[in-house]
Write a protein that binds this ligand. Structure first.
Ligand code: ADP
Ligand code: MG
Length: 477
């Protein structure tokens, strides 16, 4: 970790990052917190009012501490006083009397004659702070902030192994799973780890931006070669959301060539995708086989206990007091993904902030009513699909979810898989879950059987249309 001597620059950087993270609504807590002075292990800050000081202390202190720890690698005591407070005023005067060599800080009070040594130190430190974060990566996406559930232990371990042994063990690493489950977080955590622990060259880009950049580059020879140089000579290339790549696009050939160049040079690649690669329809076979050739790991929806822990850690960062019964209510009811869970919590944070009131269970129920209803609809829809398909074949939903393998049950079960895939956003893993805890390969096989049947049996497609119509009518009721 960098040894920060310029605490004023450090403070300004901390405020800047928190401002980006929390925004300035409904209040800008950051800009008006002014650095006044510091000692080796303490920074003195002036707040514009006692109210401002107390709010920041009670709500954001944990977050400030974490950020400072992240930037410097060591804890520092932060003392916030009201502006004009005697203590901070005295400190400024006392500390500026000391000779510069004895000081580990740059005072707010300007020296009459600028000290060239200090100026150099200052700009070096600024550069060091900037080096400390990678411009394409989110600071908060680290291994430390990722809470590991039982189901995601293996995926997390794989990500850490790749971060520690770039290009040697698992190349490429591909993380797949549904939306909002932490794919980007984990991928960037690898990037952040590599960035803080080495001088390796890192590129993070979404597949969509990669396509756009490539398309912009092809018309001009010079840009085309600088594009190639950039992507084919990096130590770590991370491409997020490869499911958005399009078949027939020249980008696919470019990715393939980039892949070959990096792989031959033992440079690490990491990809994310919203489903297993074998299910991607838009990729060429040779590219699919490359994506699959390293380690493919799935990221799953965390269980209730893990969601609770994620919620707790978010709440701690925001410094807002939310009682456990409210957290439990949110975690039990928001079961779609972590992103939805976090946005539900943000709603409660805003409420507490705007109304300056504690969030009770009743308030949470009222504030999240719509969010929870829309989440439940996704759950109901699979139930409806399974019920309608079962009724159509004079079976019960339990039959479809059971392990029974008789032909009269297997075919309707496959149809349910096919229709759920068609009508919902659920991944094959999720579909397996709602159909009696089957794994995603079973679901993929089931869907595949129906696709083949559509080609060989002319009655299959019309029957699927009928079923879908019945299901949709059922929604409207
Ligand atoms: P994806 O890329 O899979 O759509 P993200 O990585 O963007 O999802 O995650 C969505 C949000 O949920 C982010 O704010 C991320 O930090 C958070 N998140 C997801 N999983 C976890 C986890 N296990 N622990 C902590 N935060 C998580
Ligand atoms: Mg993502």
């Amino acid at each position: 970790m960098t040894d920060f001597k310029d605490y004023k620059a450090l403070w300004n950087e901390t405020m800047q990052q928190l401002k980006c993270q929390f925004g300035t609504q409904p209040m800008d807590w950051w800009t008006s917190l002014k650095y006044t002075s510091s000692s080796e292990d303490e920074i003195f800050i002036a707040a514009p009012s006692a109210y401002h000081r107390d709010q920041v202390k009670s709500r954001f202190m944990a977050h400030i501490d974490t950020k400072i720890m992240e930037l410097t690698g060591k804890p520092l005591k932060i003392t916030i006083t009201e502006k004009q407070s005697k203590k901070s005023a005295k400190n400024i005067v006392d500390e500026t009397k000391k000779p510069a060599e004895e000081n580990n800080f740059v005072s707010e009070v300007p020296d009459k004659t600028p000290d060239p040594v200090n100026v150099t130190k200052h700009s070096e430190t600024k550069a060091a702070i900037q080096k400390n974060r990678h411009f394409q990566l989110k600071n908060e996406f680290t291994f430390d902030t990722f809470i590991v559930s039982e189901k995601n232990k293996y995926t997390f371990a794989a990500a850490q192994a790749v971060a520690r042994n770039l290009g040697t063990s698992y190349n490429p690493l591909l993380i797949y799973g549904g939306v909002g489950l932490g794919k980007t977080h984990l991928m960037q955590a690898i990037g952040n780890y590599v960035h803080s622990n080495s001088d390796n060259n890192i590129i993070y880009i979404s597949a969509e931006n990669f396509m756009n950049e490539f398309i912009e580059s092809i018309n001009d020879k010079k840009t085309a070669s600088s594009f190639r140089n950039k992507y084919r000579h990096t130590d770590l290339l991370m491409i997020d959301d490869i499911h958005s790549l399009k078949y027939g696009d020249a980008t696919l050939a470019e990715i393939f060539n980039t892949y070959e160049a990096l792989h031959n040079a033992n440079k690490q690649m990491i990809f994310t995708c919203d489903r297993p690669v074998s299910e991607l329809k838009n990729l060429t076979d040779r590219l699919k086989s490359r994506f699959e050739s390293g380690l493919n790991v799935e990221i799953c929806l965390p269980d209730y206990e893990t969601r609770f822990a994620i919620a707790k850690s978010r709440i701690k960062l925001c410094g807002i007091n939310i009682p456990d019964d409210v957290i439990s209510f949110v975690c039990k009811n928001i079961t779609t993904n972590v992103r939805d869970l976090i946005s539900a919590l943000k709603k409660l944070f805003s409420y507490a902030d705007l109304m300056a009131k504690p969030v009770t269970l009743e308030i949470a129920q009222q504030q999240l009513r719509d969010t929870i209803v829309s989440t439940k609809q996704t759950n109901v829809s699979t139930d409806v699909i399974i019920r309608i398909v079962a009724e159509y074949f004079s079976l019960t939903p339990t039959d479809l979810r059971s392990k029974k393998k008789s032909h009269n049950i297997v075919h309707p079960r496959h149809l349910s898989m096919y229709i759920i895939r068609d009508l919902t956003e659920l991944s094959t893993t999720d579909i397996g879950e709602v159909l009696g805890g089957r794994d995603h390969t079973t679901v993929m096989n089931g869907i595949d059987k129906i696709e083949k049947r559509i080609l060989s049996d002319p009655t299959e497609e019309p029957m699927i249309q009928t079923l879908k119509r019945m299901i949709k009518e059922n929604y409207v009721k």
